[in-house]
Write a new protein. Structure first.
Length: 309
């Protein structure tokens, strides 16, 4: 079931065309991640979807609700992680949650939220004393207090250390278990790859590709890079290279000393053939590896830009 549909969204600031033509739909219960280079238009897109910025053109619908006609109803369905400046520093997490809860007719219990974001032990400490990770967890809790169906998390782990980042990942995965839909932006490729059901890559105000992380990687290349290192030295790799070049599935080879790198459309078949060859020649293979392609390779292929992390 589609919970959010975005069609032909456009927004300019003077002569800057921040969002040129963005289209996507988000399914109920999925973690949908938007990634893209600096200035690609991610924040502007999210702010339009969250109802904070008015688009120049295009449609945003949550089921049959639209911002023009049903703003108040949409506000009840969505939760937006507040910027840390929106929290009250001199109040405790518990007090912040109680305060945010008072803005809504129906809210989840503060205790539930403290448990969900793992802040029960810190519930009575002032926010100003919390670590970066604890503040971000509280921000997610505040987005959850109205028990929304759809949660927007804009770079929830930026600047956090790896452990604090993983703690946030656990919470995002718990939201999914609760049946919530999460729309996420991140600067961390590993995060996008690990958490997302689907990834939308945006560049220059347009969606350049959108799919599951594994399909994006699969679509990118049908070739895999295989590396072999021989114990018997250069002559073994040289002969293996000559042999590999005769295989139909091998598209390219590179040899350096006792190592051989090759690209193949059928890695398993190629390895079986190569091991047949080395066995026959009595050569010993010291190391074998097949390189995994990553979402980072997809990002670079589509945007032509290096990932900045
Ligand atoms: P980042 O990853 O750096 O946060 P982004 O993908 O979120 O980038 P946006 O913040 O949406 O990109 O910005 C897209 C473009 O629109 C940029 O060129 C930005 O400078 C410009 N822009 C965004 N908001 C405004 C504004 N309020 N006034 C003028 N220009 C803006």
């Amino acid at each position: 079931m589609t919970v959010l549909e975005v069609k032909h969204l456009k927004k300019s600031f003077g002569s800057i065309r921040a969002v040129q033509d963005i289209n996507f739909s988000v399914n109920s219960g999925e973690i949908f991640t938007i990634i893209g280079p600096n200035g690609a238009g991610k924040t502007t897109t999210l702010e339009m979807v969250e109802g904070l910025v008015t688009p120049d053109a295009g449609e945003i619908t949550f089921g049959d609700l639209s911002w023009e006609k049903n703003g108040n109803e949409i506000k009840k369905k969505i939760g937006v992680q507040p910027q840390s400046g929106a929290m009250f520093e001199l109040l405790t997490p518990e007090e912040n949650l109680n305060l945010f809860a008072s803005f809504y007719d129906k809210a989840r219990s503060t205790h539930d939220i403290l448990e969900l974001v793992n802040l029960v032990d810190h519930r009575k400490n002032h926010v100003k004393k919390l670590s970066g990770g604890q503040r971000q967890r509280l921000a997610i809790g505040l987005a959850m207090i109205s028990d929304p169906d759809v949660i927007f998390l804009d770079e929830p782990t930026t600047g956090l250390d790896p452990q604090a980042r993983r703690n946030i990942w656990d919470i995002i995965l718990q939201l999914k278990e609760l049946g919530k839909t999460t729309i996420l932006t991140t600067h961390y490729m590993e995060e996008a790859e690990k958490l997302s059901d689907r990834v939308c890559i945006v560049d220059q105000g347009k969606v350049v590709t959108l799919d599951t992380p594994s399909s994006l990687i699969e679509k990118l290349t049908k070739e895999r890079e295989v590396r072999l290192t021989f114990l018997d030295g250069d002559h073994a790799s040289e002969e293996a290279n000559t042999f590999a070049k005769t295989l139909q599935s091998v598209t390219k080879t590179e040899r350096e000393g006792s190592s051989l790198k090759l690209w193949t459309t059928k890695p398993e078949d190629t390895l079986v053939d190569l091991f047949g060859f080395t066995k026959e020649k009595n050569y010993q293979v010291e190391q074998v590896s097949i390189r995994e392609m990553s979402l980072e390779d997809v990002f670079i292929a589509y945007t032509g830009k290096e990932w900045r992390d």
